[in-house]
Design a binder for this molecule. Structure first.
Ligand code: 4AD
Ligand code: MG
Length: 476
C-alpha cells in the first residue's frame, strides 16, 4: 500500500506493511532517517536495522536523497513522534551529493534560499508557506462558488492600456534588431503579431465588468503584471490577483463583501492549516526576537489572524483619515517621510500603516478618496471632488485590497476620459456597457501574495510565491 506520510500518521491499526517515498532530511546514528514527502510538515521516522543494510546503501542515504522505504508501522519508542516505520527494505530512487546539496540540515537565511528557489520548498518554512498558499487559493474559489459567483478568465495579453494601474510589459513578436518602422521612424505595430500594441495585463477588471453585466456576480483569479520599479517587500512584477465584480452592488455592499470574503479565507486557513500555521507562528516569534523592540509586532501570528476574523474592520473616509494623520505625532514631529499637510495628498504605506497599526490597531477600510489620485472608472460623488473608492488596509501589509463602485453614467464617464486625454475609441467596448443596460456595479482587487504574506507572517513577498519576478530578477 502506498500512502503519504500524512496518511500514515493517522493509519490504524499499526503493524501494517506499508511503503513510502520521500526525501531524506537527516540520517543519524546510521539508524534513524527523517523522511519528508511534502504531504505534511512532519517527517516519518524510519528506523533501519544497521546489520541488515548493506554499507553500499547506508552510504547513499544522504540529506536530499530520494528513497523508497518499505516496512511496518510501529508505535515509536522514541520521543517526538507517535509512530515510526520499522524498515525492511530501502531503495535509493535518486542519489544526492551531500557535499554540494545546498539545503543542509541547518538554518539558512531567506536570502540564500531565494537564490535556491528551486530547492527551498524542501525546507519546512517554504513547504508550509506553499501548502498554506494552496489552501488559501482553494478557499478563494470556495467562497465565490458558494456565493453564486462565476469564475471568469480574462485575457493575459491585452490590447487595452487605459486601466492606468501601472507600467506595462510590452508583448511583441517583432524582431528587436530590426523592427518595421512607420514613416516618422516609430515602431510600426500594425506589422506586429496582433496588428496593434499589446501588453501583459495589469488587471482583469475592465473585462470582468463586461461579464458582471451579464452573469451578475463574477470573479477572476489570475496572474497580473506590473513593470513598476518597486523594490519593496510588498511588490512583485508578476503577482496573482483576485478580482470580484458585482452588478447591483454599491460601495457599501462592496465593502461588506470584501470584509466577509477576507474573513472567510483567513478563517478557512486557520481551520485547515493548523499545523503549518503553528510552525510559521513559531518561526515568526524567533525572527521577531532578532528585531529591535519597537519593530516587533505585539500580537502573535495566530492571535493576529483570529483578530481579523473576529473584529469588524474600521471604516472611515479619506477626509477623516487625513485629519487623523495631519494631527498625528509622527506628522507633527516630522517623522513621516512624506508629511501630510493638505487634503488631496496620496497616502503612502507609512501613513496606511500608522492608521492600522498605531491609531486603530485594527484592519481599516478607507473610502471616498479624492478623484485626482484614483482611476478614471471610479464613480464620482455628489461633491464632484471624491470618488467611491475603497482600500482595505492591513497590519504589516498596508493595502491588501483596492476597489470601487464603478462610474455607470455614460456622460460622466465620457467627461472623465476626455479630461484625462484618453482616446474614447480605445475604450469603445467599455463605454458600450454604459450604453446598453448600464447598472450600478462594484468590485475590487485582492493581491493574493499580500494575503498569503499576512496569513503566513512572511515579511517579504518574494517568499510567498514559488518564483518571484522582481526588478533585475527572473531566474528559474
Ligand atoms: O489597487 P490595485 O492597483 O487595483 C486594481 O488593479 C483594480 N483594477 C482592482 C479592481 O477594482 N478590480 O491592485 C489591487 C491589489 C492591491 O490592493 C494589492 O493588494 C495588489 O493588488 N497589488 C500588488 N501585489 C503585489 N505586487 C504588486 N506590484 C501589486 N500591485 C497591486
Ligand atoms: Mg490600489
Amino acid at each position: 500500500m502506498q500512502l503519504t506520510v500524512k496518511e500514515l500518521l493517522t493509519l490504524s491499526p499499526l503493524q501494517q506493511d506499508v511503503k513510502i517515498n520521500g526525501w531524506v532530511r537527516t540520517f543519524r546514528s546510521n539508524r534513524f532517517i527523517a523522511l519528508n514527502d511534502g504531504s505534511t510538515l512532519q517527517n516519518m521516522q524510519c528506523v533501519i536495522d544497521f546489520d541488515q543494510t548493506s554499507s553500499e546503501i547506508l552510504k547513499r542515504i544522504t540529506t536530499g536523497a530520494c528513497i523508497q522505504v518499505k516496512g511496518s508501522l510501529e508505535e515509536s519508542q522514541g520521543k517526538g513522534q507517535k509512530v515510526e516505520l520499522k524498515v525492511s527494505d530501502i531503495t535509493i530512487l535518486g542519489d544526492s551529493d551531500a557535499d554540494t546539496y545546498p539545503i543542509q540540515p541547518k538554518k539558512h537565511s531567506l536570502e540564500f534560499l531565494r537564490e535556491n528557489a528551486h530547492l527551498r520548498v524542501r525546507t519546512n518554512t517554504f513547504a508550509a508557506v506553499m501548502r498554506v498558499r494552496s489552501v488559501l487559493a482553494f478557499a478563494v474559489h470556495q467562497y465565490f462558488q458558494k456565493n453564486g459567483f462565476f469564475y471568469v478568465n480574462t485575457p493575459i495579453i491585452t490590447g487595452s492600456d487605459a486601466e492606468g494601474a501601472g507600467e506595462m510589459f510590452r508583448v511583441t513578436a517583432l524582431d528587436p534588431k530590426s523592427p518595421p518602422l512607420t514613416k516618422d521612424g516609430k515602431i510600426d505595430y500594425t506589422e506586429d503579431f496582433f496588428g496593434k500594441e499589446t501588453n501583459l495585463t495589469v488587471s482583469g477588471q475592465l473585462e470582468a465588468e463586461t461579464y458582471a453585466m451579464a452573469l451578475g456576480k463574477v470573479y477572476t483569479f489570475g496572474p497580473t503584471f506590473r513593470a513598476e520599479n518597486s523594490n519593496t517587500s510588498r511588490h512583485l512584477a508578476e503577482f496573482w490577483m483576485i478580482e470580484p465584480e458585482m452588478a447591483f452592488y454599491d460601495l457599501d455592499a462592496n465593502m461588506d463583501m470584501a470584509e466577509d470574503f477576507i474573513k472567510y479565507v483567513v478563517d478557512y486557513a486557520v481551520k485547515n492549516c493548523a499545523e503549518d500555521l503553528t510552525f510559521l507562528a513559531n518561526r515568526l516569534l524567533e525572527e521577531e526576537k532578532t528585531k529591535p523592540q519597537q519593530e516587533r509586532s505585539e500580537l502573535k501570528l495566530l492571535d493576529k489572524l483570529a483578530f481579523v476574523v473576529n473584529n469588524r474592520f474600521v471604516r472611515l473616509t479619506y477626509t477623516e483619515a487625513i485629519e487623523i494623520l495631519r494631527n498625528s505625532t509622527p506628522n507633527k514631529k516630522k517623522k513621516f517621510k512624506y508629511l501630510i499637510d493638505e487634503w488631496g495628498a496620496d497616502l503612502q504605506s507609512e501613513h496606511e500603516r500608522f492608521l492600522v497599526e498605531k491609531h486603530f490597531q485594527c484592519p481599516v477600510i478607507l473610502f471616498d478618496y479624492p478623484a485626482k489620485i484614483k482611476a478614471f472608472y471610479m464613480r464620482l460623488n455628489e461633491d464632484k471632488k471624491t470618488v467611491r473608492a475603497m482600500d482595505v488596509l492591513f497590519p504589516g501589509i498596508g493595502e491588501i485590497v483596492g476597489g470601487s463602485q464603478r462610474e455607470e453614467r455614460l456622460d460622466v464617464l465620457q467627461q472623465k476620459i476626455a479630461d484625462l486625454g484618453i482616446d474614447e475609441k480605445e475604450l469603445w467596448w467599455y463605454l458600450d456597457l454604459r450604453r446598453y443596460g448600464s447598472a450600478v456595479h462594484s468590485g475590487f482587487g485582492l493581491g493574493f501574495e499580500r494575503l498569503v504574506q499576512f496569513v503566513t507572517g512572511m515579511g517579504n513577498i518574494r517568499d510567498v510565491i514559488p518564483y518571484p519576478r522582481t526588478p533585475k530578477n527572473a531566474e528559474f
